[in-house]
Design a binder for this molecule. Structure first.
Ligand code: AMP
Length: 508
């Protein structure tokens, strides 16, 4: 099928032609005619499938009639992270070259002022992260009663990040008569429930992640000691020995490790930038831009910050840590080997990572090949408690002791030379039915919302909001965990100064 047959306007078709797309992707073929027919759509698709254009192209066509009113956006797109929101905005710029539409981006980390001015003038498309959108709403600067079309993108990611109560609240602020497009890579029960609640008689469109991309990725495991210094040394060796390394993303499980590793790589003269949730928005955008343009060759990132980003040509992915959630492994390595190009993904495996590793191998349906000795064969000492390591979530060290080691399960091995010569190994993307039966209620790593917020100067919290906050155990837990990560503990030892008697002088 060609783009001409989907019902898109001439202006949009011209922009698509200018973008160089010859054919719509499966999600575009399936979704666009329904969006144009004003149907609600439930799209099960990951990034990389062309899903952004599946909603931006018909939206542009529909927005050619009508005009925006002050403070009342006509359409609203919710994204879990600032980077994804910015990426969607770029899509509107690219495909909307022939339109005179007003697009506003409401994301944290940038000043309210410019955003206020835009909203007050009236916008056709509002792209927002949930926290910042509610902040504007509570400041009385925004009305959502004029929203004709609502897009909830990356819904499963919103769930991971504890945004669902915000999303539910935002949806209540939009008119009942709106058209809703709901996209999620997976459909755990909680997301299923939300889709039923938000969508009215939806058309369901589902596409698998393109298998060709994953089949071009060579995956290898590399054993390493648990000590951070040892891990960094192993990683540096891998980067130096990597064949045809054009650029690389290095994933860490914790954002604090992203910062530490980034500094260390810079000290060792690697051209590296970092991306994690504690950085301010400008620094995040600059880092991403310099990686995209090739100015920086290495991007050290956390999962949340890097999820869903469209960086087309990445030759290598290094997992500095084995991800605790198996799906994250598939997302991470999917950053390379895109659009039929070849790519390589190396994962550092330390003693204690066995359980996370076997979960990954179960998910992808095959054992990943070792480059060099397995962790058990290498005889690396188990990790010592260190100030540099935060508490592990899920798959902790104690649990790992119970897990069978790779070598006992007879994992395949190869030498470093063989690894280079090896054929790419196929990996299957997580099919929806492979998802865990229960939704992941623990929000992972970086709850985006808190760092996005600016200091509140106005008494803004209504009782309803406070009640809502107390009804968010997931987010509260995430925040506590984040706090714990950065709070040094004394363990059983009580420092002497805490035992000294304290004399309190009375004020007489
Ligand atoms: P997305 O899944 O929206 O993140 O899109 C992934 C990438 O596919 C982006 O770089 C898009 O520019 C690109 N893309 C979207 N639609 C098409 C198409 N019909 N043909 C080729 N590339 C496309």
């Amino acid at each position: 099928m060609s783009f001409d047959e989907l019902g898109l306007s001439d202006k949009v078709l011209q922009a698509v032609g200018a973008a160089g797309y010859s054919q719509p992707t499966p999600i575009q073929t399936q979704a666009i005619p329904h969006v144009l027919a004003r149907r609600d759509v439930l799209g099960i698709a990951q990034t990389g499938t062309g899903k952004t254009a599946a909603f931006t192209l018909p939206m542009l066509t529909m927005l050619e009639t009508g005009r925006a009113r002050a403070r009342m956006p006509r359409t609203l797109i919710l994204e879990p992270t600032r980077e994804l929101a910015a990426q969607v905005e770029e899509n509107f710029v690219r495909y909307g070259v022939n339109h005179k539409l007003s697009v506003a981006l409401l994301i944290g980390g940038v000043s309210f002022g410019d955003q206020d001015v835009k909203i007050t003038r009236g916008v056709d498309v509002l792209i927002a992260t949930p926290g910042r959108l509610l902040d504007h709403f509570e400041r009385g600067k925004l009305l959502l009663t004029g929203v004709e079309l609502l897009v909830i993108d990356e819904a499963d990611r919103m769930l991971d990040m504890g945004f669902i109560p915000d999303i539910e609240r935002i949806v209540k602020l939009t008119p009942f008569t709106r058209q809703t497009l709901f996209f999620s890579a997976t459909m755990p029960p909680e997301i299923q429930r939300l889709s039923e609640k938000f969508l009215s008689n939806p058309v369901k469109v589902e596409v698998a992640r393109p298998a060709s991309a994953a089949q071009t990725i060579t995956q290898r495991l590399v054993s390493t000691g648990s000590d951070p210094a040892a891990k960094r040394e192993t990683l540096r060796g891998l980067i130096r020995d990597a064949v045809d390394l054009q650029n690389a993303i290095i994933f860490c499980n914790r954002k604090r490790d992203v910062a530490v590793l980034h500094r260390s790589l810079q000290r060792h003269k690697f051209n590296a930038v970092a991306l994690h949730g504690d950085m301010d928005q400008r620094a995040r955008m600059l880092a991403l831009e310099s990686f995209r343009t090739g100015e920086a060759t290495i991007l050290v990132a956390s999962d949340v910050a890097a999820r869903g980003l469209d960086i087309p040509m990445v030759s290598h992915v290094f997992n500095y840590d084995v991800p605790h959630h198996a799906e994250d492994y598939v997302h991470r390595i999917g950053r390379t080997g895109r659009a039929g190009r070849s790519g390589a993904a190396f994962t550092l495996v330390a003693p204690g990572d066995e359980r996370s590793l076997s979960a990954i191998e179960k998910l992808i349906g095959n054992a990943v090949v070792w480059s060099g000795p397995t962790t058990a064969e290498a005889g690396h000492a188990p990790a010592r408690p260190s100030r540099e390591r935060g508490p592990r979530r899920g798959g902790g060290r104690g649990e790992a002791e119970e897990a069978p080691s790779r070598s006992r399960r007879g994992g395949r091995r190869e030498s470093a030379g063989e690894a280079r010569a090896a054929e790419p190994q196929a990996v299957r993307a997580p099919a929806p039915e492979r998802e865990p039966a229960e939704p992941r209620r623990e929000p992972k790593r970086e709850p985006q919302r808190e760092p996005q917020r600016e200091p509140r100067r106005e008494p803004r919290r209504e009782p309803q909001r406070d009640a809502e906050r107390t009804a968010r155990p997931a987010r509260g837990r995430a925040r506590r965990e984040e706090e714990q990560l950065d709070t040094p503990s004394f363990g059983d030892h009580i420092p002497a100064f805490l035992l000294r008697p304290v004399v309190i002088k009375s004020k007489k």
